[in-house]
Design a protein around this ligand. Structure first.
Ligand code: HEC
Length: 152
């Protein structure tokens, strides 16, 4: 009796798993609340140089430019061999828990290999700041370019 139902259930699971919003796996499940960012841009800003960001978001920008941009493109807009991370955040459900996991451990996906950063102390320490910067970009709050750091 149970057997007959299994094909049905797995068909439903397949549909859920292939939906674009499905959370990427594996992930850090007890990641807690995602870190927040502060961005002040004039309304008509088209470049981050017109904006001021908190220290963490600035460190995130710097760390991204040093370590990630070579593959993910300037301001995370993607290249031929690594994805646009704004789209991964907004259209493919990459959230804080997945982000933390991926940066530490890396993974092989359909597009290629995302390296693991667990041995890179600077990147590991800046994971929250990288998230702040990328989330601000993905939320459309920070245009491309180099932001200014807020004065205290
Ligand atoms: C050597 C090239 C390379 C570098 C450097 C690199 N990445 Fe990636 N990254 C990739 C590739 C390729 C993928 C896509 C893999 C796939 O899905 O096929 C990826 C995917 C990702 C994803 C998406 C995860 C998901 O579940 O879709 C995130 C987030 C990410 N990288 C963050 C970073 C950050 C942050 C850095 C810098 C610390 C970085 N990457 C540096 C190549 C790179």
């Amino acid at each position: 009796m149970m057997r007959k139902k299994i094909p049905c259930i797995s068909a439903v699971l397949l549909i859920i798993a292939s939906s674009a919003q499905a959370a990427h796996e594996p992930r850090v499940d007890d990641a807690g609340d995602p870190p927040e960012y502060t961005v002040n841009c004039p309304e008509e800003a088209t470049n981050a140089s017109q904006c001021e960001v908190d220290k963490g978001t600035y460190v995130g920008w710097r760390t991204f430019a040093t370590n990630c941009q070579v593959c993910h493109g300037g301001s995370a807009l993607g290249s031929t061999f690594a994805p646009n991370l704004l789209e991964r955040f907004n259209k493919e459900g990459v959230d804080y828990g997945r982000f933390l996991y991926v940066v530490e451990h890396g993974y092989h996906g359909k597009m290629g290999a995302m390296p693991a950063w667990e041995k890179n102390v600077a990147v590991m320490k800046a994971r929250d700041d990288l998230y702040r910067y990328l989330k601000a970009r993905a939320d459309g709050k920070l245009p491309q370019g180099r932001p200014k750091r807020m004065k205290k």
